[in-house]
Write a protein that binds this ligand. Structure first.
Ligand code: GLV
Ligand code: MN
Ligand code: MN
Length: 410
């Protein structure tokens, strides 16, 4: 089956031998290998592969123009992303791209021909794993982030996005919205590994996405005074780590209170000596909630507690929002159509909301967008332990092929 061969060929790229996790950060050597894999996979299928002005990848199954004067019919696009969080799993992103190519193979095996262009896409920096802003490729495409702001983003070593792209051979001056490309898309359907256990509980291999919770990222920097760990009396300290610790616990409390989620998964301490009080500590808050008012309530509460903790410890705190994604309701007509198409193919697909962000969520403001989820037996994601059973992945290929056939072949 073509899925297995494609999957095996992508699997070794960017995997850390020590952890078994993936480090496919944008515009790195591993990312370049993923891009080569994408172009090879497209070439093997006779698909026309291109990188758009923002560095997103597209593999086009073109159709002949229909009649003089007829404008090009809107394209049906599927895909996802190939980048990972640091030490991410194999499935988050790649499952959608590999399944896209495998679904093209299945349509061809069945002798189906699209009547509108069909593309498999891979959007860059979906995770924000290197430059901090999630869904950067689709945000640039849609104009949800400006090119100047994007070019100036930096990674943890201070390398700008502009410099990283230029070093990888992609012209950063070309970054920006692409209304022409967007206007040519009639529908986007992203298949993704489920990042929770709802499908396992419902005993279903495939789900259909209904909505994405609003979510965002905030950076908090606590600045105190570096001093000696062995000689500074407790009363004399201005330790930013204590204010940070109190804030992390406050985030958990605020999320519990609001029925939301809040996570601090990244903290850096300067200068980072075991035997010194830190001069500054930076923490990143990831917050998600069922609706905007609860998200706001969580963030307001955390920021207020961060300020109170800073006063209590005699340190300063500065807070800034890095990105925010409003709630997304996927196109209802498309969602209903996905459920009906899958039912006709003998696949029962419950409709689910999710707290995870996706390029489909960014594109949904511009084109009818929808999502398919493939069951994840443990629900674990953003971890090397992320998994989906081969038979569920195979059902994912069948499901996506049915959807693409319905949307693009009639
Ligand atoms: C993307 O995986 C996210 O962080 O929601
Ligand atoms: Mn992810
Ligand atoms: Mn993803």
């Amino acid at each position: 089956m073509s899925f297995a061969a494609l999957w095996e060929s992508l699997l070794p790229i960017g995997r850390d031998a020590g952890t078994g996790g993936y480090r496919r950060l944008s515009w790195t050597a591993a990312d370049a290998e993923c891009r080569r894999w994408f172009f090879n996979s497209a070439d093997e299928r006779g698909l026309r592969a291109t990188a758009d002005r923002n560095g997103n990848l597209w593999a086009w199954w073109d159709v002949p123009q229909t009649g003089p004067g007829a404008g090009p019919p809107g394209a049906v696009v599927t895909g996802s992303h190939l980048d990972s969080v640091p030490d991410g799993g194999a499935y988050d992103g790649p499952l959608g791209v590999v399944t896209g190519f495998a679904a093209v193979d299945l349509l061809r095996l069945r002798g189906r021909l699209p009547v509108r262009p069909l593309a498999v896409a891979a959007f860059f920096e979906e995770e924000g794993g290197r430059f901090g802003v999630a869904c950067l490729g689709s945000r640039l495409l849609t104009g949800a982030i400006g090119p100047d702001q994007a070019r100036a983003l930096t990674d943890r070593d201070g390398v700008t996005l502009a410099a990283a792209m230029a070093a990888a051979g992609q012209d950063p001056a070309a970054l920006g919205p692409d209304p022409g490309l967007l206007a040519g898309i009639a529908a986007y359907v992203e298949l993704h590994v489920e990042q929770g256990r709802a499908l396992a509980d419902l005993d279903a291999a495939i789900g259909v996405g209904e909505r994405i919770w609003p979510h965002g990222r905030w950076r908090l920097t606590f600045t105190g005074r570096a001093d000696h760990a062995g000689t500074t009396r407790l009363a004399d300290r201005r330790d930013p780590m204590l204010a940070c610790a109190a804030t992390i616990l406050a985030a958990r409390g605020a999320a519990t209170q609001e029925g939301a989620l809040a996570t601090v998964g990244k903290v850096t301490a300067e200068p980072g000596a075991v035997n010194a009080i830190s001069s500054s500590v930076t923490a990143w808050l990831d917050a998600r909630a069922p609706d905007t008012s609860r998200l706001r309530a969580v963030v307001d509460r955390v920021l207020a507690q961060a300020r109170a903790a800073a006063v209590a410890q005699g340190v300063d705190v500065e807070a800034g929002q890095e990105s925010v994604t409003p709630a997304v309701d996927f196109d209802t007509a498309l969602c209903d159509r996905l459920v009906a198409t899958l039912a006709a193919a003998g696949i029962r697909a419950p409709v689910l909301p999710t707290g995870a962000g996706h390029d489909a969520g960014v594109l949904a403001a511009h084109v009818p967008a929808g999502m398919l989820f493939v069951r994840n037996p443990t629900g674990v994601s953003h971890s090397p332990a992320e998994h989906a059973q081969p038979e569920d992945c195979a059902t994912g290929v069948t499901a996506l092929a049915a959807v693409l056939e319905d949307l693009a072949c009639h």
